[in-house]
Ligand binder design. Structure first.
Ligand SMILES: *Cc1c(COP(=O)(O)O)cnc(C)c1O
Length: 474
């Protein structure tokens, strides 16, 4: 039963193709978000005790129908959400192919094609981000959180060469790293689980445009040094999760250089701006980072998970992750190769890069440039239409992410009216947006053009449902 017969497989692939194609054709007509009812779902699932067999096609149909009914449809053109795109068709096909061939990305010799595709992609992306070709190194990751964790570990290994062996125990003081109030919390989590503790994370306030405040950063570094802390890392964000804001990367690079600190840029979403001349300037300075987090499963629209960690320090990943062991294959010894497991937090690993490779092969950089520019235009349209419809725009970014609040709002820290509006929109099923807090204090609505298929009609539908939400909440 684990391997189905040829005729069963034929029927199964048929059913699978229909499920995938059916969803692609139907998703625009679905409610963007589901009704949330955990007990109903548990009741349905409780009936499956795995004592009696279900036919393969029935099983696929059940899964596809259930997903269709019980998820936020991130591939929907009116999902204005958290960077979860509509997956590329080639990405979907790539993930199926990877599951079938099951290449093992731990040792190079087990899947030379897969390992070299990923090496090639890292180099290509590194060049697009402005790194000199000869010094580019990196690894594919599960996502941005793992890439940020990798960046933290690389930075700490660079600053404290004894860390790999002795951990933080033998350090002369508390290590310190610097992020802005609006940086992604995966950095804090990485600090916790890497053993340096969340106390290592110094949160620098943001300026009036929600960018890391440079004077406050310099002051914090000075004060920490005076108090015996050991600064080792500045993390800038190129496209914050809440507002798409890009920290002043050149200035952060200057400070990092002056203070001899590692400079990591979390460009999980915003890094894709480097692929279009229209918005490339907004991430200028990215090339000065010691390392970069980039998420192909965000603006490159491949299925999750596809993070990338890229550095211009070719030795640092080996120094951070390489271990010596007896059991890994030795087939490639003597060849000029890198075993992926020696560059990564992961060991056995799936072929993450294929979905990026096949999407790029078919769309080309130019296809991506067009998609990015379309989304930027839709972002501008949304910004304009919201301003015309009486909303106050509160963020400042050329990237297609709009933060906005009712003009009538008197207390910018009051999240309640903001949440009510977001909830109204989500429950309507017409669109999905969220709310968030900027700079640790300003409540805002947040709508992001995550989908390359979003059109002016979709923007208009959002503006309309927002108008209803506002009047019903007054
Ligand atoms: C999404 C995001 C992350 C986390 O990435 P995952 O892929 O969810 O692990 C980190 N930083 C930023 C700026 C992000 O937008």
């Amino acid at each position: 039963m684990l391997n189905l017969s040829e005729s069963e497989r034929a029927m199964l692939w048929d059913e699978l193709a229909q499920s995938i194609e059916g969803y692609a054709r139907r998703v625009d007509d679905l409610n963007v978000s589901p009704k949330l009812n955990p007990s109903a779902l548990r009741t349905v699932l409780a009936a499956f005790d795995f004592e009696s067999a279900v036919s393969p096609t029935e099983a696929i149909r059940f899964a596809a129908e259930s997903l269709s009914e019980h998820q936020v449809h991130t591939p929907h053109p009116r999902y204005f959400g958290l960077y979860n795109p509509a997956p590329t068709t080639m990405g979907i096909a790539a993930d199926a192919l990877v599951a079938a061939f099951n290449p093992q990305l731990a040792a190079w010799s087990h899947s030379p094609f897969a390992a070299e595709v990923e090496r090639h992609l890292i180099e290509q992306l590194g060049r697009r981000f402005g790194y000199p070709a000869a010094s580019i190194d990196g690894t594919f990751c599960s996502g941005g959180a793992e890439a940020n964790h990798t960046g933290l570990l690389a930075a700490i290994t660079h600053a404290f060469p004894g860390f790999a062996e002795s951990g933080s125990r033998n350090l002369a003081g508390q290590p310190a790293l610097y992020i802005s109030t609006d940086a992604h919390d995966s950095i804090r989590k990485a600090a916790r689980v890497s053993g340096i503790g969340s106390a290592a994370v110094r949160t620098v306030p943001v300026d009036s445009r929600y960018r890391m405040d440079l004077a406050a950063l310099s002051a914090a570094i000075n004060e920490d040094r005076a108090n015996g802390l050991l600064p080792f890392l500045i993390v800038g964000t190129a496209g914050t999760t809440s507002s798409g804001t890009v920290d002043p990367l050149h200035e952060l690079a200057d400070i990092a250089w002056r203070e001899s600190l590692w400079f990591h840029v979390d460009a999980a979403w915003g890094g894709a701006a480097a692929l279009s001349p229209v918005v490339r300037d907004s991430v200028a300075g990215l090339e000065r980072a010691d390392s970069i987090t980039f998420d192909a499963h965000k603006w490159l629209s491949v299925p999750m998970g596809a993070g990338v960690f890229i550095t211009r320090h070719p030795k640092i990943l080996s120094r951070t992750f390489e271990t010596v062991n007896a059991y890994m294959p030795r087939d490639a010894s003597g060849l000029d190769i890198v075993d992926p497991f020696s560059h990564s937090l992961q060991w056995s690993r799936r072929f993450i890069g294929l979905k990026v490779f096949l999407s790029l092969l078919v769309a080309g950089w130019d296809g991506y440039r067009k998609a990015i520019e379309h989304q930027v235009r839709m972002g501008e349209l949304l910004r304009t239409r919201l301003a015309e419809s009486g909303w106050r725009i509160v963020n400042d970014t050329p990237l297609p992410l709009v933060c906005f609040a009712p003009k009538s709002m008197t207390d910018p820290s009051d999240r309640e009216p903001i949440d009510r509006i977001a909830q109204f929109v989500v429950r309507s099923g017409v669109a999905w947006i969220s709310s968030t807090i900027l700079g640790g204090k300003h409540a805002t609505l947040r709508a992001c053009i995550t989908n390359y298929r979003t059109q002016p009609d979709d923007v208009e539908a959002l503006v309309n449902v927002l108008a209803q939400a506002r009047s019903s909440s007054q």
